[in-house]
Ligand binder design. Structure first.
Ligand code: AMP
Ligand code: ZN
Length: 468
């Protein structure tokens, strides 16, 4: 199987460091808000890569952090008059709900930056001892020029970078030895969370987090490090500088980066008013549709989000769901139990479709082509499974279809639908909980309904609901 490695800009054969095992780190979100659909892209793409690696028999140790100390979190906490911890805890919980909706498997470990400060202090101390870092007035900087390979991931030339930074030097940032040096530890400011350190009270820089969590939960040297392409520079370049200088071994063998998601061909941004959270989308669609939409493009190509494309994703996913529903119907009503030899031959021929699916996924996780193979199987099932098929044959086809959709993380078996009366009863209970000011229970009911694909709308005439 081949993976495109950002480090070499080539598709390379995948050879894990340890046979049968994959150590994979994916940079997670900064938790100060509901995650947006751009953040959902690396989550979905790399979760799918993980699922495929597991299908191939690898034991995958998948680590993805939450950045829970950051300027944006502190700003939000000040705006709301609550602690940074309250903000990050709240949005970690919300993020986990969205992940569940998108059927993203929980990581083997989801470390939190604030719980790993000791490890960060250790690594920063090592970097100082080895001459790669220095402290000035409570700030610790990384001595960028000291690290020989700086720029190897982003293919940036250190002298060009220097030219770009000259204005900073002019602006009087004289504390640094060199404008290229970046922060490992910063002194506390009034009202900010802080920890004790050998350099005084303060908090870590962003890049050191991932170097430390990756080392602690995986190893000094890992197989795959992944994230969105905006992280190549400076985040991942700095992670490499830190980890390789501190540990003395290559950091990650393969670097994977997803391209960006745009909206109506424009960059998504709050100021342009074209900004969607995953939660916004969940009000209109089952999040499986969002997942299917993301996988319909190769992860290294930009993807454009629009209403029309979501509608066609919904239609595509529905075709698969309908095929499974039909198979279920045939299984329930089959008149013959055992598979015939003719049917067995047909079922065996599905191997060709599996080969196509695997060839696509082996080619740097080409999910777009893999989906084409799934549709081929859907067509095969629709054509070949009939009222006169045996139960075993229909079951065999369903199993094969679910094997493929499960690798893509798509849930295609229709849930038992909640009865209207049960929905109405829950809504009445929610209204009562709100009257009683029991907002926790009211929210819980809304989430329960949402998980069943029931969307609530508060209108002047009362609460309306619809199936997403
Ligand atoms: P952040 O919370 O900004 O650090 O982002 C978390 C992850 O989402 C990172 O891997 C980013 O590269 C990724 N990301 C942010 N915006 C987008 C986008 N519009 N398209 C794809 N990935 C994105
Ligand atoms: Zn990171």
């Amino acid at each position: 199987m081949k993976i495109f490695n950002t480090l070499t800009r080539k598709k390379e054969d995948f050879q894990p460091l340890e046979e049968g095992k994959v150590k994979m780190y994916v940079c997670g979100p900064t938790v100060y808000n509901l995650i947006h659909i751009g953040n959902a892209r690396p989550m979905i793409c790399f979760d799918t890569a993980r699922r495929y690696l597991e299908y191939k028999g690898y034991d995958v140790n998948y680590v993805s952090n939450f950045t829970d100390v950051d300027d944006k979190i502190i700003k939000k906490a000040i705006e709301e008059g609550v602690s940074s911890e309250e903000i990050s805890q709240r949005y970690i919980e919300e993020c986990k709900k969205d992940m569940e909706g998108m059927n993203i498997k929980p990581a083997t470990t989801h470390p939190l930056a604030t719980q790993e400060i000791d490890g960060m202090i250790d690594m920063i101390s090592t970097l100082i001892d080895k001459g790669y870092a220095y402290a000035v007035n409570g700030t610790v900087y990384y001595r960028t020029r000291k690290f020989d390979g700086y720029g190897k991931l982003s293919k940036k030339n250190i002298d060009d970078l220097e030219a770009g930074h000259r204005d900073i030097k002019v602006a009087g940032e004289s504390e640094k030895e060199d404008p290229l040096d970046f922060v490992l530890w910063k002194p506390k400011k009034e009202g900010e969370p802080y920890w004790e350190s050998p350099w005084g009270q303060g908090r870590p820089g962003w890049h050191i987090e991932c170097s430390v969590m990756s080392k602690k939960y995986l190893a000094d040297e890992i197989d795959i490090h992944a994230g969105g392409e905006d992280l190549i520079f400076p985040h991942h370049e700095n992670e490499i500088a830190q980890s390789e200088a501190a540990n003395g071994v290559p950091f990650s063998k393969y670097w994977m980066h997803n391209a960006f998601l745009n909206i109506d061909n424009k960059k998504m941004s709050k100021s342009l008013g074209n900004f969607f959270t995953v939660r916004d989308i969940s009000k209109e669609y089952d999040l499986q549709v969002l997942r299917f939409f993301m996988l319909s493009a190769h992860y290294r190509n930009p993807i454009n989000f629009s209403h029309d494309l979501m509608e066609s994703a919904k239609n595509g996913l529905d075709r698969i769901i309908t095929a499974v529903t039909n198979l279920n119907h045939l299984i329930e009503n089959a008149k013959i139990e055992a598979i015939t030899s003719e049917e067995q031959t047909q079922l065996d021929s599905v191997k060709d479709i599996f080969d196509k699916f695997e060839a696509a996924m082996d080619d740097d996780f080409n999910t777009a082509d893999a989906i084409a193979a799934v549709f081929e199987l859907v067509k095969f099932a629709n054509t070949n499974a009939t009222e006169s098929s045996s139960k075993e044959y229909a079951e065999g086809l369903k199993k094969k279809l679910l094997t493929l959709t499960d690798i893509l993380g798509l849930k295609v078996e229709k849930k038992e639908e909640m009865l209207d009366a049960d929905i109405d009863a829950l809504i009445a209970e929610r209204q009562q909980a709100r009257k009683d000011k029991n907002f926790a229970r009211a929210d819980e009911i809304r989430d329960t309904l949402l998980a069943q694909g029931i969307v609530l709308e508060d209108t002047r005439e009362g609460v309306r609901w619809k199936r997403a």
